[in-house]
Design a protein. Structure first.
Length: 402
């Protein structure tokens, strides 16, 4: 696994900050946000792409691609895999919700102020949503299937599922999967603010992201990337890999209800969780933890708790539930992958991070949503990821037992 996110630029740093419940949300520093209605975000501070990427190449990549390549390098290094051996049988599926938005905004200003002849010749490849996936393949000479699904905030879990499907059906032996996003800029913030989707707690940034809390008022935008190396079990065992987890089951569907609001009856989100647990060959009683999509929006959080209750039945009372967005904000297209990494860390380290801004639960009081980090035994967890357009994606991950 590899990640660059507001809580850490390495797995170890991310783990320690999850455990101690550090909140990465603060006043925006990357540009002057004083004229915007929302002036807070979860930024990746002090990211130096040249520490991970050739300096010349870094200049030709949008920030989202820099995040993705840096995270992929960490994941590949951790895996210890000789990718040249599997080059023809390795797929890359790294997605994004919005792609190279920062470059698009920057070059639009160049066009307006300096004319068309000054627009960068790298504009088009820098903004393409598939370029993060492509550049990872180019860096490592990987010639298997390569593309980037686009499904808003569900997209990186869709990427994980696609990689698993490709392995399951024998198209590849190895899949490098995940998502990346870098959209902390005036236009996306203004757009989400106009939808009333963002928290406006500008004077209390550390208290702004409040999943499940009665006083939540919207999500906080974040940025970063998460990448995982998936392998067929026989491939991993053959090379003596240290296996971090087993991807046991997955499912995808759509609410077919509204372009941004969830189905208030939670039909799609309930069905996708049930289908993923069934695909894993498990029962609700086998699930110990749910890492929710829960963005801190009034409608979304309520519907998801309803879905957890519907999908797990009576066992829902015994399951730990949290949302990592309380600490890192909403990483949009990267959220699902980064939160999957957070969940694997928690499973392997035996803890569930707390929800420091949960003052008054808006939902059934029997849910085990810890305010402080607690020790916990996690055999299997569910990771939900939902996106505008009604997209629902769910994976079930468990401890690997040979």
């Amino acid at each position: 696994m590899g990640t660059v996110n507001p809580l850490g630029k390495s797995i170890e740093e991310f783990k320690e900050n999850l455990k101690s419940m550090q909140i990465a949300i603060d006043t925006i520093t990357s540009f002057d946000a004083s004229s915007l209605p929302v002036r807070i975000a979860a930024e990746v501070r002090d990211f130096k792409p040249e520490e991970y990427i050739d300096k010349k190449l870094a200049r030709r990549l949008d920030r989202y691609s820099q995040f993705a390549l840096a995270s992929a390098k960490m994941a590949i290094e951790m895996s210890g895999i000789d990718l040249q051996k599997y080059a023809d049988r390795t797929g890359v599926f790294i997605s994004s919700g919005m792609g190279g938005f920062l470059t698009l905004a920057e070059q639009n200003e160049v066009l307006r102020e300096r004319g068309p002849e000054r627009v960068s010749p790298f504009l088009i490849p820098m903004i393409l949503i598939n370029m993060a996936s492509g550049i990872v393949a180019m860096e490592y000479g990987l010639k298997g299937a390569n593309f980037a699904p686009v499904s808003a905030c569900a997209t990186s879990v869709h990427s994980i599922i696609i990689g698993a499907l490709m392995i399951r059906h024998g198209y590849v032996d190895v899949a490098i999967v995940g998502g990346s996003e870098a959209t902390i800029a005036p236009l996306p913030i203004a757009g989400f603010a106009s939808m009333k989707a963002l928290s406006t707690r500008n004077d209390e940034p550390k208290k702004a992201s409040r999943p499940f809390d009665k006083n939540r008022d919207g999500f906080v935008m974040g940025e970063g990337a998460g990448v995982l190396v998936l392998e067929a079990e026989e491939t991993a065992r053959e090379r003596g890999a240290k296996i971090l987890a087993e991807l046991k089951g997955f499912a995808m569907n759509d609410d077919a209800y509204h372009f941004s609001a969830p189905d208030p009856e939670a039909r799609g989100s309930t069905a996708v969780m049930k289908a993923a647990i069934s695909d894993a060959g498990l029962r609700p009683e086998d699930i110990d933890y749910v890492n929710c999509h829960a963005t801190s929006t009034p409608a979304g959080d309520e519907v998801e708790l309803k879905a957890v209750e519907n999908a797990l039945g009576e066992h829902a009372k015994n399951v730990y539930v949290n949302s990592t967005k309380t600490l890192i904000g909403h990483l949009l297209g990267a959220a699902g992958a980064v939160e999957t990494i957070a969940s694997i860390i928690q499973m392997n380290e035996g803890f569930v991070h707390g929800m420091p801004n949960l003052d008054e639960l808006d939902g059934p009081d029997y849910f085990k949503i810890p305010r402080q980090t607690v020790q916990a035994r996690i055999r299997n967890f569910v990771k939900n990821s939902f996106g505008f357009g009604g997209h629902n994606a769910c994976i079930v991950v468990g401890k690997y037992e040979a």
